[in-house]
Design a protein around this ligand. Structure first.
Ligand code: NAP
Length: 292
């Protein structure tokens, strides 16, 4: 049987349609949902992703504040920017692009985000609530993975899921979501990271493998169980021999297709759904504030 391609765009389109109608409802009440974004990087890829977020907001009728700091700016400048967005009554939602430069204390930044506006679950209180099974927001990328699997009818209840990556923005919240005793959860979850002794042994046992480690083509088809479902979160930019840049996932797509039953392409898999999930969270933040 041919491997199913789990395309993100149809899933993203359904989320955007819902968002657009909810934003119209808010506008009728005199509310324009507003997202403040913070980028402390001058890497071209980061700037492009941030531009995409602003364009997607614009298309959905969501206003934006675009705060950009030089990567070598003092950490106190970043703290002040995040505090100003927390205090600004016109801003409903805040997104801080991670990772932050090394001289910045990321924990100190996390604590400064207003939890009510914290659409990417950056504040420890919101991460804690998610772990406790009572999320205020589900961060965009984990939400996208869960929604994509649900929309393609991938049942997780009782399944072995391996998540490769344990960051606070993707791996940890995703693993916790998938093991919740709730719809879209009840999986048996293993989390792997750079200290995992035998990654292949773990992934070969999995019904579903989700990779979010940012290592180009770390996994190949030989590391998957026959019939596995693969969700590749990463979009790694890699320079080719002729000097051009291509974008690949953490999974070697062609060899994975020999073994897997279904796989997300890179690009075109998780990425568009994540963007739509962010709009969904911004709208939710604005609805809550409008409802008091
Ligand atoms: P991160 O903070 O760098 O975390 C990477 C994780 O991968 C870490 O837990 C690390 O382990 C683990 N790892 C690294 N090398 C490994 C190896 N050889 N074997 C097993 N695990 C390994 O990255 P992130 O912010 O979570 O992002 C992960 C990826 O998702 C990145 O490629 C990013 O660009 C991408 N991303 C995609 C979307 C989307 O919507 N598609 C959105 C955001 C980010 P340690 O903890 O031991 O270091």
């Amino acid at each position: 049987m041919p491997t199913e391609r789990l395309l993100g765009e149809p899933v993203a389109e359904a989320i955007r349609e819902d968002v657009t109608s909810r934003v119209r409802d808010l506008q009728r009440r005199g509310v324009t949902p507003t997202l403040g974004t913070v980028l402390m990087s001058d890497a071209a890829a980061d700037e492009r992703f941030m531009d995409l977020k602003h364009a997607a907001c614009d298309d959905a009728g969501i206003a934006t504040r675009d705060e950009r700091l030089a990567p070598d700016a003092p950490a106190t400048d970043l703290y002040r920017t995040v505090e100003d967005l927390a205090d600004d009554d016109a801003v409903d939602a805040v997104f801080v692009q991670a990772p932050l430069p090394e001289h910045v204390d990321t924990t100190a930044v996390r604590r400064r985000v207003d939890p009510q506006k914290d659409v990417d679950c950056f504040h420890p209180e919101n991460l804690g609530r998610l772990v406790a099974g009572d999320p205020r927001f589900v961060p965009a990328t984990p939400a996208a993975v869960r929604r994509l699997l649900a929309d393609y009818g991938v049942e997780l209840d009782g399944q072995d899921v391996v998540v490769v990556g344990r960051s606070a923005v993707i791996g940890k919240p995703l693993a916790n979501l998938l093991l919740q005793d709730a719809e879209g959860g009840n999986a048996t979850v293993t989390v792997c990271h750079s200290h995992t002794a035998d990654l292949a042994a773990a992934t070969r046992r999995a019904d579903v493998v989700v990779t979010a480690c940012g290592v180009p083509e770390l996994l190949d088809g030989s590391m998957l169980a026959p019939g596995a479902v693969v969700v590749d979160v990463s979009a790694n930019r890699r320079e080719t021999e002729d000097g051009t840049v291509d974008v690949v996932g953490d999974v070697e797509y062609e060899s994975a297709r020999e073994t897997a039953a279904a796989i997300t392409p890179v690009p075109g898999g998780v990425g568009p759904v994540t963007l739509a999930a962010l709009l969904d969270n911004v709208t939710l933040a604005a609805e809550r504030r409008a409802d008091g």
